[in-house]
Design a protein around this ligand. Structure first.
Ligand code: DGJ
Length: 734
């Protein structure tokens, strides 16, 4: 069993392949966090809590004259509130009697085989033959009888521990829950760097690395979506940790709405991490007997640097997040209509485009925005999911049939959560969107956000989208979401429940996704949010792939995809080849570089092949064929960041290595051409040092050790933004 409880010293130990997580019930019933890190054999490491009096700290009444026992100096597993722990709390609430206190004391626990699930929030699942165990620990406040059930899922073989919390109101009256962190961990030390992913539209998931300072270091989102600006993922690592060595801890929240990640370094140089739903404008009223689920956090620890940490997250997100059959199938190479046509097209033109796209090697045509209602620009039609009579007079099923008759699959765009005021849906139900009574709502991209906290709105949307999908012909859906919410007020709920709306929206969204996606197992769904504005673990439980960014400029994609790779596997990143000069950055780079960069994901095209020369079409057909040949390795191999696009380096390189280490693929794109004559080597990783690999492009055979320590020499002729590809195969040396 990966979970043990030692009755004599009251220690819980969670054990994965290479990490240990330990907690202890103290003499007064508080659950102390003892350790998370490299595998240790020790049974009880509570000696690490110093036996010192911290002056000015309060001591709980039950500690009597013991001045050492203090909740603020002791590492807590789920911290209390208003009883002397002044660090960022796990919980904030107002009890029925107006008090703010919560003190969780050990009540009971249970260890069971299999992985827990939550009732209304997405979680990871264990594979059919995979070993996973669950620990449930109930902490109860002995005065109010409010309790929290702490859930731990242990994926022993994957070095992953998940956590979630269910709070139940066992008190005599209604409580107001104002903060409930899904996980918090107290480290007894400081000296961490924090790595997080920030950005904006067209610039998603850039990496930031900084030493934690004393006080609260915080990232989060308050936009109603996980967002472009910060991703619900963060790493704490030692100052010297790099790709190959050093301690690194990863935290990923399985939630697509408002979130917070706090790393607080206190005056004793202890570090507390807390992650969960953002407490701003959050207040859930729970009647006596009601419970509240906080979303899951995925934790992983690596003693061997950032690559290993990323591999742990890649493996779990690839295999344990999404149940769609498409996760493990070869994804279609798609051509998407958005960049070439936007809102202006007709059926005949689209059919011609689809036909030509076959020459590029595409096997699916995706009709993006503009196919429905009166949608001829951003200002109208959103919400009316019926085919536009002028552009598609034959309707969706007949149009899809024309695409199918060419031997291609057909995909369609939706943005179900939104509405234009100029739409039949809005005219019929103006009260169905988020807006504050008496205030004109703020528009964004000329649209309003539907109120998914309302069950009637979700039911309507489920029917509207399902009726298009059930009429047949659709093999793929791109689910978009193009604005953040504000004016967060639901006309469905009373004034004193408006603090629940942000979260109720997410519950509605997950119910809607369940009702559409899980009832259409033969349709591939791709997530999207103005590019990659909702790229998170929860979305990956629905979408095997997510459009990474609206920025399709290859050099820009180098940093976006590099950052995304810290948490999410390459097989989840939508990446397409588009025209140059690039529509956003106006930059021109060679076709090969655009193709190589789009191979860092689920490959496709976003252009009009009618505007390409015969040579360009032929070249793209070769890139598609190359991708098809290697897509299994790209999707399922171990991924290595060989160099950072942020360094002043001549090139950015990345590598895929098959799990059995028999094959590898290396890509490089040159950036800095100011250093022309310097020798430049790409050092490979992840190969077997005492085996030999033949490099197709150079004809050489080298040992894994030589490839790692000496590397592959890049040609000296390397114009800016040129691409290099190396295919390696393990061979028995003659
Ligand atoms: C934003 C998406 O990221 C684009 O790919 C495209 O689908 C547009 N929305 C359509 O409005």
């Amino acid at each position: 069993m990966s979970i043990t409880y030692n009755q004599s010293n009251r220690v819980f130990t969670l054990q994965t392949k290479s990490s240990t997580y330990q907690m202890k019930i103290s003499e007064h019933g508080h659950l102390l966090h003892l350790y998370y890190g490299k595998s240790i054999l020790d049974a009880d490491v509570s000696y690490l809590i110093p036996n010192v009096i911290r002056s000015h700290e309060s001591n709980p009444a039950e500690a009597g004259e013991d001045r050492v026992y203090s909740l603020c100096a002791y590492p807590q597993e789920f911290s209390s509130n208003d009883v002397g722990d002044y660090r960022v709390p796990s919980i904030e609430l107002v009890n029925f009697d107006g008090s703010y206190a919560f003190v969780g004391k050990y009540h009971s626990h249970k260890i069971v085989h299999g992985k827990y699930q939550l009732s209304a929030l997405p979680t990871l699942f264990a594979g059919a033959n995979e070993k996973a165990d669950t620990l449930e620990i109930v902490l109860e406040d002995e005065i109010t009888h409010v309790s929290v059930k702490l859930l731990y899922g242990v994926f022993e073989g994957k070095d992953i521990i998940t956590r979630a919390v269910i709070l139940c109101n066992g008190s005599q009256g209604e409580l107001r829950l104002q903060r409930l962190m899904s996980a918090s961990i107290d480290f007894m030390t400081d000296g961490f760097d924090m790595i997080d992913l920030f950005g904006h539209h067209y610039f998603e998931r850039q990496t930031d690395r900084r030493p934690l300072s004393h006080g609260i270091n915080e990232i989060g989102s308050f936009r109603g979506a996980s967002g472009h600006f910060h991703n619900p993922f963060a790493i704490l690592c030692d100052r010297k940790t790099d790709e190959d060595q050093g301690n690194a801890y990863g935290f990923a929240l399985m939630y697509s709405g408002n979130f917070v990640f706090d790393a607080e370094v206190d005056g004793y140089s202890q570090t507390r991490v807390a992650m969960g739903i953002h407490p701003k404008q959050f207040e859930f009223r729970l009647a006596k007997g009601e419970c509240f689920e906080a979303p899951e956090v995925v934790l992983s620890y690596s003693a061997n640097g950032l690559s290993k940490l990323s591999h742990n997250f890649h493996d779990i997100f690839r295999e344990n997040a999404c149940e769609s059959r498409f996760v493990h199938e070869e994804r279609p190479i798609l051509l998407n209509s958005w960049e070439p046509f936007r809102f202006t097209f007709d059926s005949e033109q689209l059919i011609k485009t689809a036909k030509l796209s076959q020459k590029l090697g595409a096997d699916m045509f995706v009709l993006d925005d503009g196919w429905f209602g009166t949608r001829n620009d951003e200002t109208s039609g959103l919400g009316d999911w019926v085919a536009n009579a002028q552009k598609l007079p034959e309707g969706i099923p007949a149009f899809a049939e024309k695409i199918h008759s060419m031997g291609m699959k057909f995909g369609l765009w939706f943005e179900p959560e939104m509405v234009n005021e100029d739409s039949d849906l809005y005219r019929a139900h103006p009260d169905w969107c988020l807006r504050i009574p008496g205030r004109a709502p703020s528009r964004s991209r000329h649209q309003l956000c539907l109120d998914l906290s309302r069950p009637d709105v979700c039911d309507y949307l489920m029917k509207a989208v399902n009726s298009v999908l059930d009429s047949g012909g659709v093999d793929y859906v791109k689910w978009d979401y193009n604005r953040y919410v504000c004016d967060v007020y639901s006309q469905y709920y009373p004034a004193d429940r408006q603090g629940e709306i942000y979260h109720r929206y997410m519950l509605g969204l997950y119910r809607l996704l369940d009702g559409i996606i899980k009832t259409h197992p033969d349709i591939l769904f791709e997530g999207c949010s103005g590019g990659g504005g909702r790229f998170d673990g929860a979305m990956l439980t629905y979408f095997p792939q997510i459009w990474c960014s609206d920025n399709t400029d290859a050099p820009s994609r180098l940093t976006i995809q590099y950052g995304t790779s810290f948490a999410y596997p390459v097989c989840t990143m939508g990446a397409h080849v588009s025209v140059c000069p690039n529509k956003k950055t106006k930059r021109t780079v060679p076709w090969e570089t655009r193709a190589v960069t789009a191979m860092h994901g689920t490959f496709g095209y976003e252009l009009d092949p009618a505007k390409m020369s015969e040579q360009e079409i032929a070249a793209c057909a070769e890139y598609t064929a190359f991708y098809k040949k290697h897509r299994e390795l790209i999707a399922n191999g171990d991924y290595y960041r060989l160099s950072s696009p942020y360094d002043d380096s001549i090139f950015t390189a990345w590598q895929f290595v098959s799990k059995d280490k028999s094959e590898s693929l290396v890509f490089a794109v040159t950036q800095d051409i100011s250093i022309l004559d310097q020798n430049c080597y790409i050092h490979l990783r992840g190969l077997e040092s005492d085996h030999f690999y033949r490099i197709k492009q150079t004809g050489r055979t080298l040992s894994g050790a030589a490839l790692a320590h000496i590397g592959i020499l890049l040609p000296h002729t390397r114009p800016q933004y040129s691409a290099f590809v190396f295919e390696l195969k393990k061979i028995e040396r003659e």
